[in-house]
Write a protein that binds this ligand. Structure first.
Ligand code: KIV
Ligand code: ZN
Length: 514
C-alpha cells in the first residue's frame, strides 16, 4: 500500500573519492578526481567526500583541489579523532564553500579491544572532545561510529548524545563490515532515533557495506526507520565487496517513492554518464547485469519480453533508460553520426551526452571523429565517449605513440617495433621479441621507457557490435606498491592495446615525478 503526504528528502553523501578510491585497483589521479567531483556536483549529490587528508599528502592535495573547484555540493574530508587529522583537514578544506569534517572512531567491542585498545569511556570522551575541537574550525561536523552494526545500541546512543552536545550536526551508523540484516539494521536505526537525546536536531545517516550483498537493502531499511542521509558510491565501488551503490539507492527511492515516501535531490539523468566516467578512470568495469547501470539493465532478449516492451514499455520496464541518462541511440550500435556530419552536429551530440570540451579538445575530437567515420559507417555514442576520453588525457603525455608494427604467425614468435616520442623532444625506436604481438610490443615500450612495470590486468573488448567496431583496451600496471590504469581505443585492437599501455605508463611517469 502506498503512502501519501509530503516526501522526505534524503541527503546523499557520495564517498566514491574516499571509500571507493581506497579499494584495491580503484585509485585515481588528481585530475581524474577533480573530473569525478565535478560530475558528482552535476549529479546533485549533497556532500562529496573527497578523501582522507591526513592519510597522505596526495590525498590532502586532492581534497584541497576539489574544495576549490566545487561550489554546489558540500565537500567532506575524513579524519580520525585526532587533533592532527583535524588540522590537516582544516587546511585542505579551507577554500570549500561548504566544508564538512567527517570524524570517525570505532565503537564495537572487537574494534575497541583489539584495534584501538581503548576502554568504552575513553572512546566516548575522545569522540566528544574531537568533535568539539573540529567545531572550532567549522559548523559541518559529522561523527561516524565505526562498526556501529556490531556495537552495543545503548553505547551508540550514549556516544551520539555526547557528540551531539559537542556540536556534531550529523551522526552516522556504519555497517562497516557488511554484517547486518535489513530488519536488524532498521531496528538499530529506530532504536538510535528513539533513545538518543538531541537526535531530533541533527541528521541521522547510514553507511552500508556490501559483504553480504545487502548494502542497498540496508540503506533503504535505514530510510524507512528514519535516516535522513545515506552514504554510497558510484557503481558501488569500495572496500572489499564495496559500498551501497548510489544509482541503486537513488533509483529505488525514485521508482518506489510511493512506498518509501522519500526522494533525493539527485538529477537521475546524470547517473549513466557518472557511472561511465568512474568506470573509465578506475579501469573497473561495471558487470553487465548490474542494476540500473549495467550494459544489460535495459536489454530485452527474450522474444516474449521484446514483444511486451514493443507493445507497452512498462510491461517489462520499471524505469526508462532516459531517466538515468542512457544515450538515446541505444542499442549502442545504432547510427548517431556519420562521415557527413559536421562540427555542429558533433558538438550538439557531445553536449547532449554531458560533455563540453574546450575549443582545442573539440578540434582534436573532430579530426579523430572524421578519421573514425571514414573507417566505420556509423559512429556511436560509446565511440564518441572514447574519443573524448582520449583527447583529454588526465595526465600530461610524457610519451606519445608515433608508429608501430608487429610481425606474428603460428610458426614464428612475434616481434614488435615501436617508435615513441618523449615530451622533451627525443624520439626512440626499438624492436623486441615476445610470446605474442602484445607481449613483444609491451616489451619494446618497456625497453624505451627504461622500466619494467608488472602487467596486472590487460583486457580488450569491442565498444559496439559488428566487425568494424572499435576495440577498447584496459591496462593496469604495477610499479612497486602503486597501480596505474590506462585505456586505449582504436579500430585496430593492437593499437588500442598500445595506447592503453602508454596511457598507463604516462600516469606512472607523472605520479613518480611528483
Ligand atoms: O565503513 C566505515 O565504517 C567507514 C567510516 C569511516 C564511515 O567508511
Ligand atoms: Zn565505509
Amino acid at each position: 500500500m502506498g503512502k501519501s503526504g509530503k516526501k522526505r528528502i534524503i541527503k546523499i553523501l557520495d564517498t566514491t573519492l574516499r571509500d571507493g578510491e581506497q579499494a584495491p585497483g580503484c585509485s585515481m589521479n588528481l585530475n581524474q578526481k577533480i573530473d569525478v567531483a565535478k560530475r558528482l556536483e552535476l549529479l546533485g549529490v549533497d556532500v562529496i567526500e573527497a578523501g582522507f587528508p591526513a592519510s597522505s599528502p596526495g590525498d590532502s592535495g586532492a581534497v584541497k583541489a576539489i574544495a576549490e573547484n566545487i561550489k554546489d555540493s558540500a565537500v567532506a574530508g575524513l579524519c580520525r579523532c585526532r587533533k592532527k587529522d583535524i588540522e590537516i583537514a582544516s587546511s585542505a578544506l579551507s577554500k570549500a564553500v561548504n566544508p564538512v569534517f567527517h570524524l570517525f572512531l570505532a565503537t564495537s567491542p572487537i574494534h575497541m579491544e583489539y584495534k584501538l585498545k581503548m576502554k568504552k569511556e575513553d572512546v566516548l570522551s575522545q569522540a566528544a572532545a574531537m568533535v568539539k575541537y573540529a567545531r572550532q574550525f567549522c559548523a559541518g561536523v559529522e561523527f561516524s561510529a565505526e562498526d556501529a552494526g556490531r556495537s552495543d545500541p545503548d553505547f551508540l546512543c550514549a556516544i551520539f548524545a555526547e557528540v551531539i552536545k559537542a556540536g556534531a550536526e550529523t551522526v552516522n551508523i556504519p555497517d562497516t563490515v557488511g554484517y547486518v540484516m535489513p530488519d536488524e539494521f532498521s531496528r538499530l536505526v529506530r532504536y538510535v532515533k528513539d533513545h538518543t537525546p538531541g537526535i531530533e536536531n541533527v541528521v541521522l545517516s547510514a553507511h552500508c557495506h556490501n559483504d553480504l550483498g545487502l548494502a542497498v537493502a540496508n540503506s533503504l531499511a535505514a530510510v524507512s526507520a528514519g535516516a535522513g542521509q545515506l552514504e554510497c558510491t558510484i557503481n558501488g565501488i569500495g572496500e572489499r565487496a564495496g559500498n551501497a551503490s548510489l544509482e541503486e539507492i537513488v533509483m529505488a527511492l525514485r521508482v518506489r517513492k510511493d512506498i518509501l515516501n522519500a526522494d533525493t535531490r539527485i538529477d537521475t539523468t546524470q547517473i549513466y554518464a557518472t557511472s561511465r566516467l568512474v568506470s573509465q578512470v578506475t579501469g573497473v568495469k561495471v558487470q553487465p547485469n548490474k542494476a540500473v547501470v549495467g550494459e544489460n539493465a535495459f536489454a530485452h532478449e527474450a522474444g516474449i519480453h521484446q514483444h511486451g516492451v514493443l507493445a507497452k514499455r512498462e510491461t517489462y520496464e520499471i524505469m526508462s533508460p532516459e531517466s538515468i541518462g542512457v544515450p538515446k541511440n541505444r542499442p549502442i550500435n545504432q547510427m548517431v553520426l556519420g562521415k557527413h556530419s559536421g562540427r555542429n552536429a558533433l558538438g550538439t551530440r557531445l553536449a547532449e551526452m554531458g560533455f563540453h570540451p574546450d575549443e582545442k579538445t573539440m578540434e582534436t575530437v573532430f579530426l579523430k571523429f572524421k578519421e573514425l567515420a571514414d573507417k566505420k559507417k556509423t559512429v556511436s555514442d560509446r565511440d564518441l565517449e572514447a574519443l573524448i576520453m582520449e583527447a583529454s588525457p588526465a595526465v600530461p603525455e610524457t610519451w606519445k605513440l608515433e608508429h608501430w608494427a608487429v610481425n606474428t604467425g603460428s610458426a614464428l614468435g612475434a616481434s614488435g617495433t615501436i617508435r615513441l616520442q618523449h615530451k622533451e623532444g627525443k624520439a626512440n625506436k626499438t624492436v623486441s621479441l615476445g610470446d605474442g604481438p602484445i607481449d613483444s610490443i609491451f616489451k619494446a615500450i618497456n625497453h624505451i621507457i627504461g622500466k619494467e612495470p608488472n602487467l596486472e590486468l590487460y583486457e580488450i573488448g569491442a565498444i559496439t557490435g559488428g566487425s568494424s567496431s572499435q576495440g577498447e583496451a584496459m591496462v593496469k600496471i604495477r610499479w612497486h606498491d602503486r597501480v596505474f590504469n590506462g585505456m586505449g581505443v582504436s579500430t585496430d585492437i593492437i593499437e588500442a592495446s598500445i595506447k592503453a599501455y602508454i596511457s598507463a605508463v604516462n600516469a606512472m611517469e607523472w605520479e613518480l615525478k611528483k
